[in-house]
Design a protein around this ligand. Structure first.
Ligand code: SF4
Ligand code: SF4
Length: 275
């Protein structure tokens, strides 16, 4: 048997109640009909730890639980634990090693990204622009989001997009976990040892002058068509004194539907002390 460092289900403990199956956002857990035990599909599992952390663990005796379940079944009755409980604490995370650990870094919302010090997907995006001034006047900040629960994304698909964007002159935001995984930012090339790793979601960030928006969005649309995941794009810019944004007119003119999702009011801006 090959020992792999990944989320495991202890066959000695599992009583095949099936409670963990709907908890997994990737559909990576199933009951093996031959063994009558739950098992994790290691290729699809993104190490989000939802099954381990999201369920209560009880320590019932597995042999006893199986015996009761078999006995009741004979009388057409059932013994099922509460739906949010693994009755025998069978879900067993392993210490993850490289490159698998990258799955958890991008999928477990409570893990902090070492590269940015931010948890979740590891980026503050332009939400903190009031303080960082990442996106200046006349510029547009982009967040290109890959994957979602039930879909996920492999780094090789993210790389297809980063390479296409680099080819049209994009410079990637340095304070971003995907940028941190690049071995050559000029061509958008990611570390080869992570390309097959699957994660729940990731964000690529960059900025351009506002006039480049239509060409950039069209290129993203073209590349997204060939990826085995879902892609959504956010663009943000600085409002004028009336709260208006030049994107409000530009996007519909260019045939892109958009919704203004959020307006930061500048409450977090730095105030210079007067001397
Ligand atoms: S919840 Fe626990 S006992 Fe039930 S199927 Fe999942 S791992 Fe097995
Ligand atoms: S760690 Fe996440 S993806 Fe993996 S089996 Fe558990 S819930 Fe599913």
């Amino acid at each position: 048997m090959i020992s792999m460092s990944l989320m495991q289900i202890d066959e000695q403990k599992c009583v095949a109640c099936g409670n963990c199956i709907p908890v997994c956002p990737m559909g990576a857990i199933s009951i093996d009909p031959i063994k009558n035990r739950a098992a994790v599909n290691g290729d699809e599992c993104v190490e989000c730890y939802t099954c381990f952390r999201g369920m209560s663990m009880e320590n019932l005796n597995p042999t006893l639980v199986r015996g009761i379940r078999r006995l009741l079944k004979a009388f057409r009755l059932r013994f099922d634990p509460e739906p949010d409980v693994c009755p025998t604490s069978a879900i067993t995370p392993d210490e993850l090693s490289w490159p698998r650990v990258v799955r958890r870094a991008f999928s477990d919302p409570i893990v902090t990204h070492e590269s940015t010090g931010v948890h979740g997907r590891g980026t503050e995006e332009v939400k903190t622009n009031d303080v960082t001034h990442r996106v200046g006047i006349g510029e547009v900040g982009y967040v290109v989001e890959f994957g979602r629960p039930t879909v996920g994304v492999r780094f090789r698909d993210i790389e297809r997009m980063t390479q296409a964007l680099a080819a049209i002159g994009i410079e990637f935001e340095p304070k971003n976990p995907v940028t941190h995984m690049m071995i050559d930012k000029a061509i958008g090339k990611l570390r080869p040892d992570i390309l097959n790793e699957k994660i729940l979601s990731a964000i690529v960030e960059f900025k351009t002058p506002i006039e480049n928006v239509p060409a950039i969005l069209r290129r993203i649309e073209e590349v997204a068509e060939i990826l085995d995941t879902v892609v959504s794009v956010g663009v943000s810019t600085r409002c004028d004194a009336n709260g208006d944004s030049s994107l409000d007119a530009l996007l519909p003119e260019e045939g892109f539907s958009s919704v203004r999702g959020k307006t930061n009011l500048g409450l977090g801006r730095r105030i210079m002390a007067s001397s």
